[in-house]
Design a protein around this ligand. Sequence first.
Ligand code: SAM
Length: 224
Amino acid sequence: MKRSLDEHAARFDEMAADYDDDESDEYRACASLVVEHADPRPGDTVLDLGTGTGAIALPLAEEAERVIGRDISEGMLEEAREKATDRGLSNVEFGEGRFREPAVPDDADVDVVTTNFAMHHLSDAEKRETLDAIAGLEPRRVVLGDVMFFDGPDPDDPFYSPEVDDPATVGTLADAFTAAGYALTAVERVHDQVGVLVAERVVPVGEPAEPVGGPDAADAEGGS
Ligand SMILES: C[S@@+](CC[C@H](N)C(=O)[O-])C[C@H]1O[C@@H](n2cnc3c(N)ncnc32)[C@H](O)[C@@H]1O
């Protein structure tokens, strides 16, 4: 991480009120793909890390049972809470939490984890630690939209701020997912330096796989 957590939080606190006015086409495309690929079931709990003003958490709250948004910037979180109230959403909760310590409530069983345009603030080692922490929650799916290099960094046209951001290559991220026990099931290239990776949990040998169609499918078919 090129800046401390407090420095990142202060930077986002400062830009929180105007954050939603400053969106690029690539950012918008990436956010739409993250929401689309997250595709939660009606009974699911979603954890959105680096949630910001709720660009991912709020639309997912229309589909999931519960959405937990975590961020280090109180300014960004306050904007997200206001938007949730305006939209009449009561199943989304925004609070302080970090990538590697997401502060998931004890009563939450996380099914899907999303994160958009946020993990590039971490070093590659910190990204690996984050994916390990996420894997510890055992979600069936993780959707990562972010600045990432498909062809390597382009110093003449960086899609990020080299002084504060630290994007990884797609290969590094794919390896980190694999090491954490997740297999990539989709890779969306939005731009040479922006993409979305979708990863599904690899069920360890000996652990019962979830029936096709979700946990209720066996009951619906009369299974026991
Ligand atoms: C560019 S914004 C993206 C916000 C939102 N996900 C979106 O798609 O609009 C990045 C967010 O990541 C948050 N962030 C940065 N480092 C973080 C960390 N270590 N843990 C949690 N959030 C972090 C920032 O406070 C900021 O709100």
